[in-house]
Design a protein around this ligand. Structure first.
Ligand code: PHE
Length: 339
């Protein structure tokens, strides 16, 4: 029995086979147990002799099995480690990193600039009420200036905001004299029923700015916008204020910046004028301040609405506004380095 078992042990190639051998020879139904069972019927002499012999075989087999098991186990661990080894010299898989959308980059840069000037960031709903979008901005129903912004109405009272100026109405309503000075920058999407072409989109973005306080003048507005343009486009760029009309500002103006391509001498981008319009602005109309409970004798302020796409088109040289919205990867991935 012993020799037979030793032969099998020598042949066994893995832990599982060794386990089988152990069960077969040392287990309850194995030959060693069988001999031990027979000892019951033996004489004392025979018992002694057989017992000693059986025990010796049992111990010897157990020892051999145990050491061989350990060897095989170690070998299996080795083999598994070798198989799972990572080849650190293999080239890595390139990971595709996302980047900021160019409009997001412009908004983020603008927010950083106005924050440094003491502005806080505000928001308003894209689904706005007729009241905040128009009425509280000195634009009662049937006011002709409503035609300046062709509107998507949802029902009698609600619409998709046509500009971010609703944030003005909401801010004035929520704040009072104790909150002065008030400085807010509110970026967001706006909607107009325009036919889409290279320079028009039914959805675009604005940055609404508001500054209210004592002794705020047009000079503050001009300086603020001048600084913003220098920050965005460089110190050589100039701005020009043109008289305009908005019902919620008086005086009102549109602001142009010198064309980057021709530097003011005239080219196809600026239609030979040397200037490109980027925003509307003005001094807050006394009516707006009064509606909100501010005394226009004591308090004054300015507001502006910057066209984000205009800034992006000028800064990055994008000639078709629709590029910002079709999510063509060839277009959007070009801006990765900028943000
Ligand atoms: N809301 C105006 C527009 O969209 C721009 C504007 C904002 C004008 C603030 C004056 C003051 O055309």
């Amino acid at each position: 029995i012993k020799q037979e078992a030793l032969d099998l042990i020598a042949e066994a190639k893995d832990v599982a086979a060794m386990n089988d051998i152990r069960v077969k020879y040392l287990g309850k139904k194995g030959p060693i147990q069988e001999v031990m069972g027979k000892m019951r019927d033996m004489s004392v002499e025979e018992k002694k002799e057989t017992g000693a012999a059986v025990n010796e075989v049992k111990q010897e087999l157990a020892a051999v099995i145990e050491s061989r098991m350990a060897e095989l186990e170690a070998a299996e661990v080795e083999a598994r480690l070798a198989a799972e080894k990572i080849d650190i010299s293999l080239p890595a898989q390139a990971r595709v990193m996302g980047g900021k959308h160019p409009l997001t980059a412009i908004v983020d840069e603008s927010v950083a600039f106005f924050r440094s000037m003491g502005y806080e960031v505000g928001v308003g709903p894209e689904i706005e009420t007729d009241y905040y979008n128009f009425e509280a901005l000195n634009l009662p129903k049937n006011h002709p200036a409503r035609d300046m912004q062709d509107t998507f109405y949802i029902d009698m009272h609600r619409l998709l905001r046509t500009h971010t100026s609703g944030v003005q109405s909401r801010t004035f309503e929520a704040r009072s004299m104790q909150d002065l000075p008030i400085q807010i920058l509110a970026p967001g999407k706006v909607y107009r029923r325009d036919d889409d072409d290279a320079t028009h989109s039914h959805q675009f973005m604005q940055l609404e700015g508001i500054m209210i306080g004592r002794d705020i003048s047009l000079a503050h507005l001009k300086a603020t916008l001048q600084e913003f343009v220098h920050y965005m486009f460089g110190p050589e760029r100039e701005i020009r204020l043109r008289p305009s009309y908005f019902p919620f500002t008086e005086p009102s103006m549109e602001v142009d910046v010198t064309c980057a391509k021709c530097g003011g001498s005239g080219c196809s981008i600026c239609k030979q004028t040397g200037w490109i319009e980027i925003l509307g602005a003005g001094m807050c109309h006394p009516n707006i301040l009064t509606i909100a409970g501010f005394d226009p004798e004591i308090v004054s302020g300015f507001a502006f609405g910057i066209g984000v796409e205009r800034i992006a088109m000028l800064k990055y040289g994008v000639e078709d506004i629709r590029n910002f919205y079709v999510n063509d990867m060839r277009f959007v991935t070009q801006f990765k380095d900028w943000g």
